[in-house]
Design a protein around this ligand. Structure first.
Ligand code: NAG
Ligand code: NAG
Ligand code: NAG
Length: 434
């Protein structure tokens, strides 16, 4: 019989995610020669608010929950748009709330139609900028708490070209509501500036993201950086010695070998037969969990077609504890997405063109977004040793577990329960593809 040693942290299974969002904005019109290009790059890994039932009535929670429903709708709209642009068999992974938050920051400097388009695409039309700012402030304040056993850092930075001064109010709002750290870089020396920005990002992401920014245009005037760094530890870790090579069926004709982890224990699961899918929750220590949505064979397209925030809520409400033999591949995914066309398709057109109005950022230079890209990385890595939990369940529960085998493409959501948010979402078509 093995002893269960409750060994802390480092040798268990970790899930690490980081995620990046870059915008490059440039100036336009006569001022171009003088001040050139306005650049904004953002590193983002945030949380997608989803419409959970609101059981609490604190002012701050109410405020941050205002964003839940629109952000969830935005997230799924984004998924649908990204999915049509993603080659078959490729993985998708992103932080929809990260993108929402970055766009909300951008909108603090936007005016007129540029602002309305941002707000209507984000689903914030019934709110004003102050309410959105306040809601994000509360949301991140709440996310900053409750961090026992998980690391979740959310923040922003703005690198400003020496000599270019954005409007005071814009900087103030970014600092106050979005905790932006503002620093000067010499963008006339693009390599040094890039190195400095990359150091900032690397520092904030525990070196998980390095060299994010390259080839900065010497004419850039500002780079905006957002980041979220999340690391969680499974509440019920997998045992290293239960991991073995197994087949994963990426599609009908493609089978890849994965390191398949296995654990037998109690999980919240729901078999949604009518909707052709199985949902299983894997809790982390702390307040986050992973939700895996495993469509029945050949049903991915169908599930992707209907999935929305109501289904997430329905599944959350429907799961129940079952004794399960769970097979989950170890995987690591890093996905880049160019968002320009996606955002334009979703209705944010003015920001990218000659009609852009960012007069809330600068009243002397005409600015527009020239590039928006996003990078998200997820790795589920097993470092662990103790098989404790599994063995304990083996001793106590002698009845046959139900088997859940994640051996075909699945959808993944990271949920945060204290704010009823989703951290990241994506589709893993092939766990061996980077
Ligand atoms: C935003 O809306 C709130 C609540 O309706 C209101 O109190 C506030 O004055 C509005 N702010 C602006 C700048 O319109
Ligand atoms: C990030 O910078 C802070 C302040 O300069 C420093 O204390 C910290 O050790 C750095 N972290 C990393 C991972 O480099
Ligand atoms: C399928 O999903 C819908 C929408 O969430 C839900 O109303 C319905 O109950 C689901 N079917 C089953 C069998 O769970």
């Amino acid at each position: 019989m093995r002893l269960f040693i409750n060994k802390y942290c480092y040798d268990l299974l970790w899930l690490t995610q980081t995620n990046i969002f870059i915008w490059v904005l440039f100036s336009y019109g006569q001022a171009v020669k003088m001040h050139g290009i306005f650049a904004m790059s953002a590193l983002v890994a945030l949380l997608l608010a989803v419409a959970w039932a609101d059981h609490h009535h604190h002012e701050s929670e109410m405020s941050c929950h205002k964003l839940s429903s629109p952000n969830a709708d935005f997230a799924f709209a984004l998924y649908k748009s990204l999915n049509t642009k993603t080659a078959a068999g490729k993985n998708i992974f992103y932080s929809p709330l990260g993108i929402s938050k970055a766009l909300s920051m951008l909108s603090t400097g936007a005016r007129g139609e540029t602002h309305s388009q941002l707000f209507s695409t984000l689903g914030y039309s019934v709110l004003n900028q102050t309410q959105v700012n306040e809601a994000y402030k509360h949301l991140f304040h709440m996310l900053g708490q409750n961090q026992e056993n998980q690391q979740l850092d959310v923040g922003n930075g703005i690198a400003v070209r020496s000599g270019f001064t954005p409007l005071e109010k814009f900087l103030k709002d970014v600092k106050h509501y979005y905790s932006g750290e503002i620093f000067n870089v010499d963008l006339t020396k693009p390599e040094e500036a890039a190195a400095e920005i990359n150091r900032f990002i690397a520092n904030k992401t525990q070196d998980k993201i390095k060299n994010m920014v390259q080839d900065l245009d010497p004419a850039l005037v500002m780079v905006l950086i957002n980041y979220v760094y999340f690391r969680g530890e499974w509440k019920y870790p997998f045992s290293h010695d239960q991991t073995y090579k197994a087949d994963f069926h990426a599609d009908r004709t493609t089978t890849v070998q994965v390191d398949m982890m296995m654990r037998t224990g109690f999980y919240n699961i729901y078999r949604d037969a009518a909707n052709h899918t199985t949902v299983i929750m894997l809790p982390y220590k702390g307040s986050s969990s992973m939700m895996i949505v495993l469509p029945d064979e050949g049903k991915m397209v169908e599930v992707e077609g209907y999935i929305n925030k109501e289904y997430i809520r329905h599944w959350q409400d429907s799961v129940s504890m079952k004794y399960v033999e769970l097979y989950l591949p170890k995987f690591s995914v890093s996905a880049d997405a160019s968002l320009d066309n996606t955002l334009k398709e979703m209705g944010i057109t003015n920001a990218f063109g000659g009609n852009a109005d960012f007069s809330g950022m600068s009243d002397t230079i005409r600015l527009e977004v020239s590039k928006a890209s996003h990078k998200a990385a997820l790795s589920v890595t097993e470092m662990g040793t103790e098989a404790a939990a599994t063995n304990i369940f083996d001793l106590v529960y002698r009845f046959l577990p139900e088997t859940v085998r994640i051996d075909r493409p699945f959808l993944v959501f990271i949920l945060e329960s204290s704010t009823r948010n989703i951290l990241f979402m994506g589709k893993i078509n092939n766990p061996t593809a980077m």
